[in-house]
Write a protein that binds this ligand. Structure first.
Ligand code: CAA
Length: 389
């Protein structure tokens, strides 16, 4: 992997990248195929990643994290995703969709209670916005939360919740005032095991099979009013703000997958011979390698830039939606392009389950879908550029 001339990494950045690389290559690479096959959740390695501080990289130490910056988070996540995208998304959701939102919008008590166990890696967090009938158009959710004395009563069905079947805590978005559409959405923190909350069946998926995804069903689920995150009606903004951070994580996941597939294809293009020369010497393959490498490096630049924009936002509060959406859009489409070409370069071997290439290809697809499809990223970018929102 080449170093980017534009970003000079500090010693701390290099150290966390090395630690994540060593861990990923030694502990995750050897088990990734087995967990992809079984679809089991990799509890043991996730616990170890928690012990290494990977579940709360940007979270201050007093709340269980390691207090580093967004670039450090991205560098570590890139290494984990290069080894296995399932481990990567579990790490990404814990860090950004879950911890980041509570740190930004939560009370002191909420940070202590809901961030500390997750950032320290002892527990798992999840984020629940989507419903069976509302994905991209997130403001049309049907789930309802009604205030009742010192608590709220939650009813509805949420879908596609990453880590849904295994999480200890959930950030959940529900309507408190349906007439106001987006401005009637409120966020809540819900503990697993709360009466009235049932976790639906685990979804059978094409890729990221070791990451567990499910529905959540709320039937008169009562949570204390103290578990409301932000004010009533502030939920949609919280959901969107948090997704900006999440999208940097998914862009990084896409980058990691693309890098792994590229590295395998590059090696194979040198080793494999046909018609008396390495297949990379044929322009048909060599130019593929050139395009794969160029798109990967462009993705990294967009991602590191989005990470810097998020870091700056901690000081000036400026939104970095544009940078995050461009990074996710470009990196996820690059992951699809690169994994597709990697299968092609490997020929029959690329199609075989004996090698990880077909897993990279299957894992890449989700990065164009979750945390906002490529179409939604284009909507965010075009609205921003045209000044329509
Ligand atoms: N940050 C802060 N505020 C934001 C914002 C952002 N990024 N984006 C929008 N808002 C605010 C707007 O400013 C507006 O507030 P005001 O009226 O006060 O100005 C309000 O939110 C409504 O905004 P819009 O009118 O733009 O809302 P919209 O209904 O047109 O939707 C959208 C905009 C970009 C399409 C949005 O709905 C969206 O991102 N949809 C995709 C949802 C998504 O990514 N879902 C994935 C869920 S998570 C997942 O995949 C599962 C998992 O577990 C990983």
């Amino acid at each position: 992997m080449s170093e980017l001339a534009l970003f000079s990494l500090s010693e701390e950045h290099k150290m966390i990248r090395e630690a994540a690389r060593d861990f990923a290559q030694n502990e995750i690479v050897p088990i990734a195929a087995e967990f992809d096959e079984s679809g089991e959740f990799p509890h043991a390695t996730i616990r170890k990643m928690g012990g290494m501080g990977f579940m709360g990289i940007e979270i201050p130490e007093e709340y269980g994290g390691v207090g580093m910056d967004t670039l450090a988070y991205v560098l570590a996540l890139e290494e984990i995703c290069r080894a296995d995208a399932s481990h990567g998304v579990i790490m990404s959701v814990n860090n950004s969709l879950y911890c980041h939102g509570i740190m930004k919008f939560g009370t002191e008590e909420q940070k202590q209670k809901f961030v500390t166990p997750v950032a320290s890696g002892k527990s798992i967090g999840a984020y629940s916005l989507t419903e069976p009938q509302s994905g991209s158009d997130a403001g049309t959710m049907k789930s309802r939360a009604r205030r009742d004395g010192d608590s709220y009563v939650l009813n509805g069905r949420k879908s596609w919740v990453t880590s849904g079947p295994v999480a200890d805590y959930y950030v959940v978005f529900m309507m408190t005032d349906p007439e106001k559409r987006q401005k009637g959405v409120t966020a809540f923190l819900v503990e697993a095991g709360t009466p009235g909350l049932t976790r639906g069946k685990k979804e059978p998926k094409l890729g990221i099979r070791a990451s567990a995804t499910s529905e959540l069903i709320f039937e008169n689920c009562r949570v204390p009013a103290a578990n409301r995150l932000g004010a009533e009606g502030e939920g949609f903004k919280i959901a969107m703000t948090v997704l900006d951070a999440g999208r940097i994580g998914i862009a990084t996941q896409a980058l990691g997958i693309a890098e792994a597939a590229y590295e395998a294809a590059r090696r194979y293009a040198v080793e494999r011979e046909a018609f008396g020369q390495p297949i990379g010497a044929f322009q048909g393959t060599g130019f593929k390698i050139a395009d794969m490498k160029t798109r990967i490096e462009a993705s990294r630049l967009l991602i590191y830039n989005a990470a810097m924009a998020k870091e700056k936002s901690k000081q000036d509060g400026r939104r970095y939606s544009l940078e995050a959406s461009m990074a996710k859009l470009f990196a996820s489409e690059t992951a699809m392009y690169v994994t597709h070409q990697a299968v092609q370069i490997h020929g029959g071997l690329g199609y075989s389950r004996e090698l990880p290439i077909e897993r990279y290809f299957r894992d890449a697809k989700i990065t164009e879908i979750y945390e906002g499809t490529s179409e939604i990223q284009r909507l965010v970018i075009s609205r921003s550029e045209l000044g329509l929102k």
